[in-house]
Design a protein around this ligand. Structure first.
Ligand code: HXC
Length: 260
């Protein structure tokens, strides 16, 4: 399907999704969020996608936030619906059935950083700047930032980011544990694709279930998380891929996974 504000391509199991509103630094308006939902559904339904990379079109920004022009005249009801739309969209990213890598190629601010936080890994280019500047606009993060950032880096450091609204350099974000790796700008997409290709070689059901167990297990007591792991792990033994993966190891050959 063709999208107005997104560019989408799939090559050898790696989907590359670009937010494409470079004139406004890829700001997320309602239309783009709706399109993002459509694209995520489309990609999840295709059988051939193993890893998804999300990035921003242009040299300057990943996503510079939710669209301030669109939000500026909203009343509380519209704001509620907008926040909910963002949450639902980012939940779809978080629950996407394959690994998702955010390739942060420039500003990742407000809703942009929140989008990246919903991805499984964040790679950032040197020179990228990340932050939650919402308080400078008289609001606070509304696409999950108040929840996902403290869970990722701890409450105190997240509060510093949220309360100051200041931007953080990519290296600092790496030191804080927000970003997995920092790459030279010209290498960013290639490094994301290299890691994606390495992940894509592995059993798709195992990846999907590992992601699910990490996500679901993160917010429940340890014992409950352990139970989730045991059940999901045991279920893998009803899949072709588990049999194939282990047989291939024993026969000293490369496994051919089917994703079932
Ligand atoms: C709408 C945006 C935008 C945004 C940039 N633009 N960010 N439009 N929403 N979030 C537009 C600018 O208005 C400008 O349009 C064009 O993109 C280029 O931006 P400039 O500001 O001219 O570029 P520059 O001087 O290089 O500054 C870059 C910047 C700055 C530092 C990233 O654009 C900036 O501070 N942007 C806003 C960042 C922000 O506050 N994000 C959080 C939003 S709130 P024109 O027409 O002038 O060329 C949020 C809430 C999420 O995300 C939760 C909601 C529920």
């Amino acid at each position: 399907m063709a999208y107005k504000n997104l560019l989408l391509e799939v090559e050898e199991g790696i989907a590359l999704l670009k937010i494409n509103r470079p004139k406004v630094l890829n700001a997320l308006d309602r239309e783009t969020l709706m399109e993002l939902q459509g694209a995520l559904k489309e990609l999840a339904q295709r059988g051939d996608v193993r890893v998804l990379i999300i990035t921003g079109e242009g040299q300057k920004a990943f996503v510079a936030g939710a669209d301030v022009a669109e939000m500026s005249e909203m009343g509380p009801q519209e704001a509620y619906e907008f926040s909910r739309l963002g949450h639902e969209t980012l939940k779809m990213v978080e629950e996407f059935p394959c690994p998702v890598i955010a390739a942060v190629n420039g500003y990742a601010l407000g809703g942009g950083l929140e989008l990246a936080l919903a991805c499984d890994l964040i790679f950032a280019s040197e020179g990228a700047r990340l932050g939650l500047p919402e308080v400078t606009l008289g609001i606070f993060p509304g696409f999950g930032g108040t929840q996902r950032l403290p869970r990722l880096i701890g409450k105190a450091r997240a509060k510093e980011v949220i309360f100051t609204g200041e931007m953080i350099e990519a290296r600092r974000a790496y030191e804080m544990g927000i970003v997995n790796r920092v790459c030279p700008p010209e290498r960013l997409l290639e490094e994301a694709k290299e890691v994606a290709r390495r992940m894509a070689k592995n059993g798709p059901v195992a990846l999907k279930m590992a992601k699910k167990v990490v996500e679901r297990g993160y917010d429940v007591p340890l014992q409950e998380g352990e139970e989730l792991e045991i059940s999901a792990w045991a279920n893998l033994f009803s899949t072709h891929d588990q049999k194939e993966g282990m047989r291939a190891f024993l026969e000293k050959r490369k496994a051919t996974f089917k994703g079932e």
